[in-house]
Design a protein. Structure first.
Length: 493
């Protein structure tokens, strides 16, 4: 099954939620705004850190294999009249390592009823297997009429902490991840919006031997008003400055990478960690938080598991190791009245040299800022995508990658960000949609304002749209993707 067909399958699931959805609108929409919007749904998610793979046994150290450790996960969504938000500091399944319950406990809310204040959980600094996490705060806020937001903040974090405060990968200052969904108003159209982003200043690798400064923070926003031509994807790729021994380079686009050769097969890690390490290995796969009150078919991750790739796999030089810093490519798809996108803001790969054949073993594969977003909206006029007279036929073809764009001004780490706010970053290239009746390239989206899903609820063209028409729109997506969805679920099981 191709990657984009799996994306289409998950979008079909989002279409199910959209087909049965009832009122969804901004929390402060005009009178009757919630009741006059039907068929809207959205989900968004961010993992601040995700350890895709960790295995030090090729170096003779008793760590690994580990997979899919998620740090500071946030999820937000709305569907079928319910808004939901959830955040969690850590999800990891480790053999022989007892994790404090408060560390893995989710904080969440759902609406209705409305929640004037967010749910909040404060955590003290702790060590959890191969991770050290500073003091953390997780918040979740769900409001009526589709507004939802989740956030996770950490004072600092380290992967594979070593002796005397060293670490293989560490974030020494405050870092934050967030996700939000809502419904905004674009002229006379109501748009479902989903957004996610992260904020951090810099990342230290191999105890500062390599430093990655984040000059511009990444964010991802998708939205749709119910037709392929109305779908908008805006990905602000991070702008990075990578410095190390003999290396100083700026990365300002998806798919770019910097390779830092390291002498010695085991020196970069063994010198930091020593040999007195507690054995640890995986006891199963970690999972994304579940949005309370939402149908599981509308919950993130909506896109296939795994890190969006930035090119060929890293290959270390003979007799040495290699550290690769890269920005993952954006994956995006438009299908009928739904849109979804996914990006790995920053990816760190540490690969050791093979035994005389030039091959290598992946010691660490770390994703920083794993962002996902999807949205679905009713088709204007109540006609299913592809039906006679409908605005456009559904398409599951891949979208074109974003063109390089100038860097945005650096944002202060930890500064407040509005739901869906890319902080003035450059827009992505239009989503490419194959030729279809009345289908045009997709423009980039503007941001929803802080604390709202958009504007007021008056003058909505969706007023009076029948529930039966909304069901037809969802069924069109369901028929196209039900088979792929079932296969994808079995694969994850």
């Amino acid at each position: 099954m191709t990657r984009f067909r799996r994306l289409a399958a998950t979008l079909a699931a989002a279409g199910i939620a959209g087909a049965v959805a009832v009122p969804a609108a901004p929390a402060r929409a005009a009178t009757g705004g919630c009741d006059r919007l039907r068929g809207h749904g959205a989900t968004a998610g961010a993992d601040l850190l995700r350890v895709q793979a960790l295995n030090l046994r090729p170096l003779g150290l008793p760590v690994g294999p580990l997979a899919d450790l998620r740090v500071a996960s946030t999820r937000a969504g709305h569907a079928a009249g319910t808004s939901s938000a959830v955040a969690r500091a850590l999800d990891a399944k480790l053999l022989g390592v007892g994790l404090p319950p408060q560390l893995t406990r989710e904080v969440g809310q759902q609406a209705p009823p409305d929640n004037p204040r967010p749910a909040t959980s404060d955590l003290v600094a702790t060590k959890a297997g191969p991770l050290t996490l500073g003091a953390a705060r997780t918040t979740a806020h769900a409001r009526t009429c589709a507004a939802s937001r989740a956030e996770a903040r950490l004072l600092d974090a380290a992967v594979l902490p070593g002796r005397r405060g060293t670490a293989v990968a560490g974030v020494p200052a405050s870092l934050r991840g967030w996700s939000s969904t809502g419904v905004e108003h674009d002229g006379y159209a109501a748009r479902s919006v989903a957004a996610a982003g992260i904020a951090l200043a810099e990342l230290h690798l191999l105890d500062g031997a390599v430093t990655v400064k984040v000059l511009s923070e990444p964010s991802l926003t998708v939205s749709t008003a119910g037709t392929p031509s109305s779908a908008r994807v805006r990905y602000a790729a991070p702008v990075l400055q990578v410095t190390g021994a003999g290396v100083s380079r700026r990365i300002d686009g998806g798919g770019e990478s910097v390779d830092v050769p390291l002498p010695g097969r085991a020196d970069p890690v063994r010198g930091l960690l020593g040999t007195a390490l507690a054995p640890v290995t995986s006891a199963g796969r970690a999972t994304a938080p579940t949005l309370p009150g939402l149908d599981e078919r509308a919950a993130v991750p909506l896109l296939p598991d795994g890190t969006p790739q930035s090119g060929e796999s890293a290959t270390p030089p003979r007799g040495g190791s290699l550290l690769r810093v890269s920005v993952g490519d954006l994956q995006q798809i438009v299908r009928g009245n739904a849109v979804a996108a996914k990006a790995a803001s920053l990816r760190i790969e540490l690969v050791s040299a093979g035994a005389g054949n030039g091959g290598g073993s992946v010691l660490l594969d770390l994703g920083v800022g794993m962002l996902e977003a999807a949205a679905v909206a009713p088709v204007p006029g109540g006609r299913a995508p592809g039906a006679p007279g409908a605005p456009g036929a559904p398409t599951d073809a891949p979208a074109a990658p974003p063109a390089p764009a100038p860097a945005a001004a650096p944002a202060a780490p930890g500064s407040p960000a509005a739901p869906g706010s890319p902080g003035g970053a450059p827009e992505a290239a239009p989503v490419a949609v194959p030729a279809a009746p009345d289908t045009t390239p997709v423009a980039a989206a503007d941001r929803p304002e802080e604390g709202t899903g958009g504007g007021g609820g008056a003058d909505l063209p969706l007023t009076g749209a029948s529930a039966g028409a909304a069901v037809l729109a969802g069924l069109a997506l369901l028929l196209a993707g039900a088979l792929f969805l079932a296969v994808g679920r079995r694969r994850r099981a």
